[in-house]
Design a protein. Sequence first.
Length: 285
Amino acid sequence: MISYNPKDWITFIFRFHKAETFRKLIPMMIFIGLYSAGIAYLEIEYWVLPEDSHVKNISIMHGMLGFVISLLLVFRTNTAYDRWWEGRKIWGSLVNNSRNLALKLAVILQEESDRTFFRKVIPSYASILNKHLKNEETSKQLFDDVDIEHHKHRPNQVAKILFQKINDLYISKKITGDQLIILNHEIQSFTDICGACERIKNTPIPYSYSAFIKKFIFFYVMTLPFGYVFNLGYFVIPVVIFTFYVLASLELIAEEIEDPFGYDANDLPTKKISENIKRHVEELL
């Protein structure tokens, strides 16, 4: 995730970074520019129309469709941002729940060996969940006697290990039944958080809706030179390129943030959050 000062807006105009949509759209912008130049040349040099031709009024269609495409893109970006923000709230809950579990265990547990166990395992859940959402291989042995390498859903296995240890503490009379109920709620919240993250990860924007917006933008931009070349002449080339850049950039931004658990520059810093959880749990325990 990119860290920046939102008040220093002047530098945004002159600074480009690897996530800038301009870099990704350069090839298509060059193609749009050449296409617009070709259409403008043919219409200006060879296609002479009478003054009362209705073709010159085709720009009215673009005006009406421009309002429609604006509404679609607003809904698209808002939906994508809602998914990004929900993911951030979920990981904020994971931070708080990890702290709460560590706080309660720090007070309840008396033996250092038990504290050491949870000091190691609680942060592991956030780390494993981060890699699980990024589809990374977590082929490592968490504990000397427990290997979760061969398990497909590794966050579930870590949650199981946590609950198994808490149940063993209850059986050995190190915690009471009331304390077991309190700790059980914290362990259950881990699985709820994992399920919410997977819901965002595995439920993309419906294909038909996403494909329709892309086709709409493409055909809208490709027909712009036909309508505006009579009024703008060869200046239609930069106008069409800029229009395409704005519309396509909004779609690219929505695509990037709708899955907040990847490696894009604007995705959530889940690795950093996992490291913060590890530092806080070790401090508490």
